[in-house]
Design a protein around this ligand. Structure first.
Ligand SMILES: [Mg+2]
Length: 345
């Protein structure tokens, strides 16, 4: 995609950034796919650009299958919102904890109860590993001494889960018991946009689960709940063909996403290509002195001496400092206690 076409596609967002939502998947979109998912990371130039985007646009969020808190630790930006567990969890800038979708909330105790009852001495002897994923409980039997016996124990648990009204999902040597509540990234987008005052929204993703977000944005546009919707497909070798077929525009891999970010923050009359890719363009708002936004200088990005008006009113200054979001400190925001979350569900 040429830079001129990219700019044309982004025009509705760029012309009214305060009323625009900019939403991203993480793995394969912001962070390159790696063999071990625990080792994935967002490249620093991408992260700096995302901080610049967060300053300019009304709502910036990552929507992922990961737990919301894990997503924030991975992306390491405290001033944006995270939707975790495929739409079930909401973690806004400044919050200490993610909040569960109300439809999931009533199931949490039942899932926990099921998890406790499943955790017997017999199951432990069979080396089935229980993973507490909040609203989901997973039973892994990979590596059990007797995998067949362990699998039989998990089969019995699956029957019990179904009898308890839970939904059973099988993966690679793992069984998950989940609430029987439809959750997907589309539902997450709806929840996110419900209270956001935006008229334009863009979603960027690379995989099957992102199609739900694409379709939801289109539906919101058709129902005039959005003036514009833009679905950006991230093309990759192992990605599904639908992500390209159903996209409005397509970018190539995580490098293409970085170009997209550059275009989002480029100055009005400046083509994206004119700017150095390593430089987080657009953080240079007219009243911000040049040089304050260099990639190697993350500390300044969210400081109080930043010109006013660049951030969302709900967004506490200083939370997007480089290391903040790795610890609990990011969330210590007196203006927005976790309790406020109920209103956002
Ligand atoms: Mg992905």
């Amino acid at each position: 995609m040429t830079s001129a076409l990219l700019h044309e596609a982004l025009a509705p967002l760029r012309s009214n950034p305060e009323a625009s939502a900019v939403l991203f998947d993480i793995d394969g979109t912001l962070a390159p796919i790696v063999a071990n998912a625990t080792e994935s990371r967002v490249p620093e130039p991408t992260r700096q650009l995302l901080i610049a985007v967060a300053r300019r646009y009304g709502l910036v969020a990552c929507i992922t299958g990961r737990r919301a808190a894990d997503a924030r630790a991975l992306v390491s930006i405290g001033t944006i919102t995270y939707i975790g567990s495929h739409g079930a969890e909401l973690l806004k800038a400044g919050w200490t904890e993610a909040v569960l979708d109300p439809s999931m909330r009533e199931w949490v105790d039942r899932i926990a109860d099921f998890r406790r009852r499943a955790d017997t001495a017999e199951l432990r002897r069979s080396r089935v590993r229980i993973e507490d994923k909040g609203p989901i409980v997973a039973f892994h039997w990979r590596g059990a001494t007797d995998e067949q016996a362990a699998r039989a124990a998990v089969d019995a648990l699956a029957s019990q889960a179904e009898a308890a009204g839970l939904e059973v999902h099988w993966g690679r040597k793992v069984m998950e018991a989940r609430p029987p509540v439809p959750i997907d990234k589309g539902a997450g987008v709806v929840n996110l946009l419900r209270d956001a005052h935006v008229s334009v929204a863009m979603f960027t993703g690379d995989d099957v689960t992102d199609l739900d977000a694409f379709r939801t944005l289109r539906k919101l546009r058709q129902h005039d709940e959005l003036a514009h919707a833009l679905c950006v497909g991230v093309r990759s070798e192992e990605g599904p063909p639908e992500i390209v077929d159903e996209a409005d525009i397509v970018v190539d891999g995580t490098d293409g996403v970085r170009e997209l970010l550059i275009a989002l923050v480029a100055e009005a009359d400046e083509p994206a290509g004119a700017r150095d890719a390593d430089q987080p363009a657009g953080v240079g708002d007219a009243d911000q002195p040049a040089g304050t936004s260099e990639v190697d200088e993350p500390a300044g990005v969210g400081d109080a001496d930043q010109p006013g008006g660049v951030g969302d009113a709900d967004e506490p200054a200083g939370t997007d400092e480089a290391d903040d979001s790795r610890g609990a400190g990011v969330a210590a925001d007196a203006d927005q206690p976790p309790g406020a979350a109920g209103a956002a569900g």
